[in-house]
Ligand binder design. Sequence first.
Ligand code: PMP
Length: 364
Amino acid sequence: MVSIDELPIRSELRGLTAYGAPRIDVPVRLDTNENPYPLPDDLVDEVLALLRPVLRDLNRYPDRDALALRAALARHLEAEGGPPLDAGRVWAANGANEVVQQLLQVFGGPGRLAMGFEPSYAVHREIARSTGTAWCGAPRARDFTIAPDAARAAIVEHRPHVVLITAPNNPTGTAVSPDTVAALYDAAQSAGPALVILDEAYVEFQRTPSPLPLIEERPLLVVVRTLSKGLGLAGLRLGYLVGAPAIVDAVQLVRLPYHLSAPTQAIALALLERAAARLGNVDRITAERDRLVRELRAAGYEVAASETNFVQFGRFRDTRRAWREIVARGALVRDGGVPSWLRVSVGTPAENDVFLAAVADGLP
Ligand code: PMP
């Protein structure tokens, strides 16, 4: 058998390892920012009944344009306080990651530059690489906020074709104000034009208002959201974007035909229409997040302000050893690559108790 090193793969992929948290068998897994609450049984039964005709028709391709689902997403966004929307301004794919990939396939690519504000969601950089887009990581401030002046200066200096803003940010939990997003948009256009992608995967958990209404006046601003986190449907794989109709037209140039399966469309539609308000347990999760912040601080840790369903805590002299020790004590947390910090996802109260006991003392 040949090894991967002997395969004639693209030179920029040589020697790399695949992205992803280590899969370790630990009783309490708080490493991938999932929603800890499963779907209620009555809802599962309802969706199963709806799926019967969809499964009978699996011999046919699904709706290539996912129009009914996109209309439901538009209604969901409006109900969440967004501007008036219709299916023509919404596009869906298999997770927010795939949406960002499609956007970089269209607006990035060879000879083009994407910029993010780091530390941030490492997958953005990975997607830049896999789409042949150059990457520039501009630094965040010491408290992990985006300092508007420094960010504007970085944009003007590097003149990116795509600017990615993760708001609230992963792995730090930091919110970004609508004013900052508007300032970065203006800077990107004066240096540009450039597409500005706002990755709002964790928007349901934030106190800061979403910059979503800014899309009305800004045709190159696109907001990306997901059903994976607040709505608690990570296993479904459904993410979407909202923006100008022309952006939706543009991503269709690169989407694979029939990229969203019929069961995916049907389940997402059923859950959005029936139960958005019942899903997710967002209030329980944010209350537990605030408890984790309080108790970590009381135990002497530094904690980054969080508007998400996870908390970044530190600081450790030996982050790797601290991570191994916490895992050995039964709670899987994430080393998000930020030196001296670790990240814990908010679990159920019982899971959080295991985590808090694991960090109670003796970490390097
Ligand atoms: N964006 C951010 C900032 C994330 O942290 C994540 C999940 N870790 C995603 C996107 C991925 O979302 P999805 O599951 O919809 O692909």
